[in-house]
Each structure stands twice: as structure tokens, then as C-alpha cells.
Design a protein. Structure first.
Length: 255
């Protein structure tokens, strides 16, 4: 039985969620309910909780601050956000502090049941020390209603669309509602290489395509595919093709 703490500044919400839902059937025991972040943190100093489900908008110290302190001091505790607002900014706050899932109030029993299944799978996996694909999938599914194929398609499409910009890992991770940490692990497990290597691969492939255009100068191509450093572009190009851009153009396109 996993230990669960509920936090919401509205007492009636706490009562409804803690009493009306059969948590024990799903493998969880509600060991504490609190109306503010400070009382929650005081409890965690003395007693362990496997999961904390917290509202975001609370007076004094909000749910985001609470999640930050939990992540810092109790890294094995899983945090879930709930809020009355389905806003991108709130989801992003959750991503940035490593929150497992985000629920919009009022939360239905069906949603809670689905969350419990994901949480239990995640906690079971972590308890076994298995931090591979199963754990990744459950973390990601908390912020997405699409399957793995859809997630990968969104990631690849985003990179294909913006590779020529100063594209960061955080930007791409945010586009699919992931933290940097989970994105790195997930991306490598699905693509087979890390984000930077993949981005460079796409950029060099686009550079090769542009080399076919005789009017495109090589230094312009460098900028067009997202590089500001000409020497770095040359280095990456040669590492991937075995030739400099000029040599590649001469050999394949005759000048």
C-alpha cells in the first residue's frame, strides 16, 4: 500500500477527494490531508509519503513552490498537480519542477482511477529499480493523452520545422510537456541517439540537400541549417560524410 498526501486550500475539495474515492482498492492509503504547503512540508519531515497530490493555487506558498521543495528534499516522492485551470502555463510549471501528472478540477473518479494505475506502475517500477522504458512511459503519459508513436511524431515534426533556429533541448521538451531530464532519457530510448546528435544529423542532411543548389554559398548554407560557427559546421559535416562541404559538392554535384 502506497502512502498518499492530499493538499488543497479548499476543505470541501479535500473531503470529497479523500473520502468519496476508494483509494485502498487502487493500492493507496491517504495518510494526510492539508490545506497549505507549510503543513505538508512539516508532515514530510517526520513521515514518508510516496505521492503528494496538490492544488497549484494556494495562498502563501503555492503548489509549484511545494513541488520544488519536495523534489529537493524528498526526491522519491511523486508529485501530481491539480488545478481548476487548464492552462499551458500551469502545465509548464509542472514540467519545470518534475511533476508526474496534471489534472484539471473537478476531477472525475475515472480520471483518478487512471491516475492511480499510472502512479502504481511508476512506483512499482521505481521500487524494483527499473528506470528503463516502462518508467519513462508512465512519466510521459501523465502529461499527454497520446501514445508513444504520437509523441515521437510530434518531437520529430517539431525538430524538422525549427532545426534552422537556435533550437534548445528545453524548447523541444516543452513542446511535448516533458522535463529536460525525462525528455533526454525518453528521446534516446526511442530514437537511439541523444538530442544534440540527432539535431546535428538533421542539419547536416539539410545542408547536403542545399549543396545541390549551385547558387547557394557554403557559408550561407551553414547559417540556413542553424549554425553560426562556420568551423563547427565544417567539423560536423566532415564527421558525418567524411568530406568537407566543398569536397562533397564537387564529388556529388560537379561543382
Amino acid at each position: 500500500m502506497y502512502k498518499l498526501v492530499l493538499v488543497d486550500d479548499e476543505a470541501f475539495v479535500l473531503n470529497n477527494i479523500s473520502c468519496a474515492f476508494d483509494w485502498k482498492t487502487m493500492g493507496f492509503e491517504v495518510v494526510g490531508t492539508f490545506t497549505n504547503a507549510n503543513d505538508t512540508l512539516e508532515y514530510l519531515k517526520k513521515d514518508k509519503a510516496d505521492v503528494v497530490i496538490t492544488d497549484i493555487n494556494m495562498p502563501n506558498k503555492n503548489g509549484t513552490k511545494l513541488a520544488e521543495e519536495i523534489r529537493k528534499n524528498y526526491p522519491d516522492t511523486v508529485v501530481v498537480f491539480m488545478s481548476g485551470h487548464k492552462l499551458f502555463d500551469y502545465a509548464m510549471q509542472g514540467i519545470n519542477v518534475g511533476v508526474f501528472a496534471y489534472m484539471v478540477k473537478p476531477v472525475s473518479f475515472t480520471e483518478i482511477e487512471k491516475l492511480c494505475v499510472r502512479l502504481k506502475n511508476e512506483l512499482d517500477t521505481l521500487r524494483l529499480g527499473d528506470n528503463t522504458e516502462t518508467a519513462l512511459h508512465h512519466v510521459i503519459s501523465g502529461f499527454s493523452n497520446v501514445d508513444d508513436d504520437d509523441i515521437i511524431e510530434k518531437i520529430v515534426s517539431y525538430i524538422d520545422k525549427y532545426y534552422m533556429n537556435k533550437l534548445s533541448l528545453l524548447e523541444v521538451a516543452s513542446s511535448v510537456y516533458m522535463s529536460k531530464y525525462h525528455f533526454c532519457r525518453y528521446f534516446k530510448s526511442r530514437i537511439g541517439m541523444n538530442f544534440i546528435d540527432y539535431l546535428n544529423k538533421i542539419r547536416i542532411e539539410q545542408a547536403i540537400r542545399l549543396l545541390h543548389e549551385p547558387n547557394q554559398k557554403i557559408n550561407e548554407i551553414c547559417s540556413m541549417v542553424g549554425y553560426s560557427n562556420y568551423k563547427y559546421f565544417f567539423k560536423l559535416f566532415k564527421a558525418q560524410t567524411g568530406m568537407t562541404p566543398r569536397e562533397y559538392r564537387m564529388r556529388n554535384y560537379g561543382g
